[in-house]
Design a protein around this ligand. Sequence first.
Ligand code: FUC
Length: 782
Amino acid sequence: MILKTLVQTIIRKTVYEKITSHIYFSHSIKFNVVCRQSSLSTNPVVRPTGQSMGRGPPNWEWHMGAMIFGGIDKERIQLNEETIWTKRDEFTDKPDGHKYINKIRTLLFEEQYEEAEKLVRRHLLEDRMPNNTNTYQTLGDLHLDFEKFEQISQYRRQLNLENATASVSFISDGVHYSRESFSSNPANATFMKLSADKPGRISFTASLNRPGEGENISVDGHTIIMNQKVDNKDGVTYETRIQIRAKGGTLEAKDKSIKISGAAEVVLIQVAATDYRGENPTQSCKKYLKDIAEKSYDDLRKEHISDYQSLFNRVSLDLGTSDAIYFPVDERLTALRKGAEDPALFSLYYQFGRYLLISSSRPGSLPANLQGLWESTLTPPWNADYHININIQMNYWPAVVTNLPECHLPFLNFIGQLRENGRKTANTLYGARGFTAHHTTDAWHFTTAQGQPQWAMWPMGAAWASTHIWEHFLFTRDTTFLRNYGFDVMKEAALFLSDFLVKDPETGRLVSGPSMSPENTFFTPRGNRASVVMGPSMDHQIIHHLFSSVIEAAKVLNAEDHFTRKITRQLKQLTPSEIGEDGRILEWSEDLKEAEPGHRHMSHLYGLYPSSQFSWQKTPELMEAARKVIEKRLKHGGGHTGWSRAWMVNFYARLKDSNEAYQNMRALLTKSTHPNLFDNHPPFQIDGNFGGTAGLTEMLLQSHQGNIELLPALPFQWREGSVKGLKARGGYTINISWSDGALTTAEIIGPVDTDVPVVYNGQAINVTINKGETTIILAQDF
Ligand code: FUC
């Protein structure tokens, strides 16, 4: 279980408007999110198993989080456990889909889009509304009710990213009160210590609640217990326990709460578990509490910090500083909106993204969902599920480049778990082998096509996700992982694509379909809006990425066979990305008129990022055409969701346009970021945080063209700085320093003896790396 502590201003606008919250990071507390008044949050808890999936099945672990609101008289601690999922619905593939596939294809080739879509709805898509699927939910709230504090001063609420602890402190009637919270991965528990600098001053009533139906709440000695089956249907059964350790004072157990009076210090310990993986939640909770029964708060805190820092400290980033660091985060964001420069706010945002990933994705846990795991309601937007047509992939873009490969594993493992259902879906809907998944899934791994054609008719989710396995290998060179797990998954995803491709009767090339370009629509020749086509560009770019990855992986593992030879041939016949009359990359294989030119998805630029099929060296015309796509999208209001804006940053970094990359990074912070730095889709959706962290990395280091490129898109606003510990493909660790906007030194540490081309400012040099040694490169070497 992980525990990290994240201070969050309330995301819900109505609530936010009631409070004036200030969160800031200052120079002395460079990585603190600090607020002056109420309303924040804490976060998750994960337990790493230390196992690579290639070395056997992972031990399942629980993963919890919390959000600390920081109220003075009333403290609310909103609790999360990553496996709290409803299970209302089973998803079933339409049974006769495969019988209609060829008919649908023929209609699409004949440009009879309307008729094709009718058949798609009737025979391929399970019809349901987007918010009518299974849902990830909050665990509930721990409430601390204090007697009224008088004469409050020096209120401060902060999240310290360097040690993943949240704190609230203030002075009342001359007494200094503080509350410190963290979620501990090694301890499988969330802690809050309440203290005061005068004895006997801690008095409050602790209670639990959940906005669900009929929760069972009871008190057993010093412990409050709450449990229930979520949704009263087939959802998981959960339990949470709050154990109270008090120094001095008295504890009075009530029916459903505990009253603490006159204590010198109180430590609250929260544990939680569900039966998602078959365990008995009560037994699990008791075990977690028993395992830490002999440990002191200080020891547990040390253990937590050391666990967290073993990941967090791998990367340090300095983009320069300014007086802004002495102000709260919300004021800094406001100042940024008004045009101020604040380089340290970008490095803070960057490390916040790493903090969030460490806190929501550890080996053995479920992957980070649309809210990471910090969902505060029973009815989250899009069910806080796993959208696999951009969102979950973006969650994992920063994982390997920012030196957190362990945090990538939950996603990589999850892809493999889609296979069982995905095989059935591939066969039933398309008559194909291999496995497939559509635009979204959940903790129960459904893979069927459900909803409207505009988002659902897209069997590319598993394929895109599977490319992450190869990217993981490129950065880690973990051949065991590839051999024992990754290769099989990639190959099976590619098998589906291989069967799914058909020859376009007009061009003779291979095209994919029925499919669509997430989630855009076009006007048909009859003037209607439609989305389903043969050959959307993104499909072909994903297929190119996955097929090339499988072929390369087979070379690494010496596992070339009939299938890899087949996809090598198919790759050559695949329809390439093409440029339309207006100079933009075509989104669909025909030059169709998009209904929403400012659409948030820019799927046909997949080849620019996250894939690397477009480059200035090899395909400059596609790079120019990609730029034109972005410009048109932006001109028509694109980039309006957090993740869309974050994708822009990555695109511009790949285009090596430092100014546009920076301006879009600024826009991400000024237009799509809550005062606590959570991404604002709107509403809160965590992908933009992760996409922003990935994009910033991409501005400083790239390694997708067979070389290591230093500072490919460094904006002049970050003219003094350094970064340490980034990862490049090939398994290199890279440190870079710059001054006055220009490289000063770079250090490369490689896992093997080799030569590697290093590029800076358009100049390439060949650098010899000795395994494990640091090779220093100076600006004058270029
Ligand atoms: C995709 C996006 C939406 C949203 C949803 C969760 O469908 O198009 O903007 O992010 O996922």
